[in-house]
Design a protein around this ligand. Structure first.
Ligand code: M6R
Length: 366
């Protein structure tokens, strides 16, 4: 059942090239520059007219929502708010007529997300679901939706659900962008071509596994970890920290890299490993100077960099390479080494990777 892997989590990490392919299969007509998604097509006007998009989710799905915020705002120019479902449901949120609510949930059974959906529906919003489990409660409660088609995710720590959620949300944003006349046909074509290459690039990123094991070995006894990223990769930093916390029980925090000097930099000393996402596109030079700030305080730097990078390599204690891609698609690649890093640390510490203490795969109670 684990297909030769020691844990479901590792199997699911390795399934990502296929899972992402399954997510976009039949939806992208690359040569024609067309994206077909029935749930979106059937309600297309609502998306095109939306004054605002509100994303509700929990945990890793909420992180996918944050990535989507950057992507939707960039490509569709629709203002996006991303809310923890548990907060949204209890704070008498303002929902305007025409607002589109997107609920993201792997299991489709998360109680807080479900309650947020019911609330939004009650106030007249159109609610769109991005779920993995077919026929799940959330997929039935929403007005329409798009499945991620990641296949069953058994490990409590979400991996392939995250990257496929981002894939679905990216396709939605690109489709809306094109229809709004923001993205040209040529530009859309370029994105679709690149999306088609993502599974192979994820495959390539997975090849760093042995090297990541060595990094895990080096830092497995740390009691704290910091994860930093900017722009599209800020939510990836949050997700990297969550993965480490939930399966290795090491305290970890994700931060926007530039926010460090407003507090967390005080934590940095020679005991503190800091994973910094520093891919070549997007605020690269800014992140490099953030790395210098950490280095001058003797922090240990693990750089997640673009293949061939030399600048960060010169500063970091370790670098882990990912292939180059378009900036908006980088989260699909930078996530991979962070999943593997947390996996190996947890295994080395002898933790129950697939079923960490105190956690359940579906959180059906609030
Ligand atoms: O099934 P959902 O996507 O609604 O679940 C939301 C969270 O409970 C889930 O992502 C949780 O944070 C994972 N254990 C993270 O790995």
């Amino acid at each position: 059942e684990k297909g030769g892997y020691d844990h479901f989590m590792l199997k699911e990490i390795y399934e990502q090239p296929d899972a992402i392919k399954d997510t976009f299969r039949g939806r992208m007509l690359v040569e024609q520059g067309i994206i077909r998604m029935a749930g979106v097509d059937d309600h297309f006007e609502k998306f095109l007219q939306a004054p605002r998009i509100i994303i509700v989710a929990c945990g890793t799905s909420w992180h996918a929502g944050l990535v989507a915020e950057y992507i939707f705002e960039e490509f569709t120019r629709i203002p996006v708010e991303v809310e923890y479902a548990s907060e949204f449901r209890y704070r008498n949120p303002i929902i305007h007529k025409g607002d589109v609510v997107i609920a993201i949930s792997q299991s489709g059974e998360t109680a807080d997300t479900m309650a947020a959906i019911k609330l939004a529906k009650g106030q007249g919003a159109f609610v769109f679901g991005v779920c993995n489990v077919v026929g799940s409660s959330i997929s039935r409660e929403t007005h329409a939706g798009a499945y991620t088609h990641a296949g069953p995710e058994i490990g409590v720590a979400s991996t392939k659900a995250f990257t496929t959620q981002i894939t679905v949300l990216t396709l939605m944003a690109l489709k809306i962008s094109k229809a709004k006349g923001i993205l040209s046909k040529t530009a859309l074509h370029r994105y679709l071509q690149e999306m088609e290459l993502i599974p192979a690039k994820v495959e390539e990123a997975l090849k760093s596994n042995e090297h990541i094991k060595a990094v895990a070995e080096e830092y497995k006894n740390a009691s704290n970890f910091l994860y930093l990223g900017r722009g599209y990769n800020f939510p990836v930093a949050l997700e990297g920290a969550l993965k480490l916390k939930e399966i290795s029980y090491i305290h970890a925090e994700g931060y926007p890299a530039a926010e460090m000097k407003h507090g967390p930099i005080a934590l940095i000393d020679e005991q503190m490993p800091v994973a910094v996402i520093a891919t070549r596109k997007g605020h690269y030079e800014k992140v490099v100077s953030n790395i210098q700030e950490i280095k001058s305080r003797k922090g240990k730097i693990i750089g997640i960099v673009t293949q061939g990078d030399t600048e960060v390599r010169g500063l970091a204690d370790y670098v882990i390479e990912v292939p180059e891609t378009l900036e908006a698609l980088t989260p699909l690649l930078t996530t991979i080494p962070l999943q593997l890093l947390s996996y190996h640390i947890a295994v080395m510490l002898g933790k129950n990777v697939d079923q960490p203490r105190n956690l359940a795969k579906s959180v059906t109670v609030e």
